[in-house]
Design a protein around this ligand. Structure first.
Ligand SMILES: O=C1O[C@H](COP(=O)(O)O)[C@@H](O)[C@H](O)[C@H]1O
Length: 233
């Protein structure tokens, strides 16, 4: 792969991965707090991050100085079982992390375009750049809401975009989405792709080895520094 090759962190179990990733993120947040008196974290939704969220929620640090947002969101309200905000609130924003400020991407609006405009305006006031971005990846190679079949995928993955949040329409996504744009995501000092299971490992290895233009490859290629891949079977 052109660009900077990611670094693999492999674990025997998902619990070990969760503990180690939580330590790494907590260290990054603590360092940001001592450097600039606050810290900014973006996390993923989906089925993978639950254990990591619970482990991180117990980390000892000054959570009142931490802002948490999402790398992407389904265009659904928080009472939907598909809401990434609801997952993060239930699993991460508890225990010590209950003191953190949460900045969701979903806003009530007639269309996802209007919702994205609201989220874009609101997120501008957050303490950029991100200190840590924790991405997931679907079996189709999507990460954040950069789906392979997304309309305007090139615009979503445009490193020169001045947008922070954009709407996403993709047949395979289930519903319209909101996503942080590529430059917003890769501004983070710590960029992680958290994946579990043999199937996802095969997908990311194939994407990195071949010139297969899956979105996850584009993100890792365009990132200004090497990403950390966290993987467990
Ligand atoms: O739709 C989404 O999917 C990806 C991967 O989710 P998983 O269920 O396979 O872990 C996730 O990273 C993203 O935040 C979410 O919106």
């Amino acid at each position: 792969m052109a660009g900077i090759v990611p670094h693999w962190n492999e674990f025997a179990t998902r619990d070990e991965l969760a503990a180690s990733l939580a330590n790494a993120v907590a260290d990054t947040l603590r360092a940001a707090i001592s450097r600039r008196s606050e810290a900014f974290l973006a996390v993923s939704g989906g089925s993978t991050p639950g254990r990591f969220f619970v482990a991180l929620s117990r980390a000892e640090l000054d959570w009142s100085k931490v802002t948490v947002t999402l790398v992407d969101e389904r265009f659904v309200p928080e009472n939907s079982p598909r809401s990434n905000a609801s997952l993060a609130k239930a699993n991460l924003l508890q225990n010590n992390a209950a003191a953190a400020r949460f900045a969701p991407l979903f806003h009530e609006a007639a269309t996802v375009e209007k919702g994205a405009d609201l989220a874009d305006a609101e997120t501008r006031a957050l303490p950029w750049p991100l200190d840590a971005t924790i991405l997931g990846m679907g079996g189709d190679g999507h990460t954040a809401s950069f789906f392979p079949d997304a309309q305007d995928l090139d615009a979503l993955l445009d490193l020169t975009s001045t947008r922070i949040v954009m709407p996403v329409h993709a047949e395979t996504a289930g519903e319209p989405r909101l996503t942080l744009t590529l430059p917003a995501l890769v501004s983070a000092g710590l960029l992680v792709v958290h994946i579990e299971g043999a199937e996802k490992r095969n997908v990311i290895e194939a994407a990195l080895a071949a010139d297969k233009a899956l979105p996850v490859r584009t993100v890792l290629e365009k990132a200004p520094r090497a990403a950390e891949i966290y993987w467990a079977p």
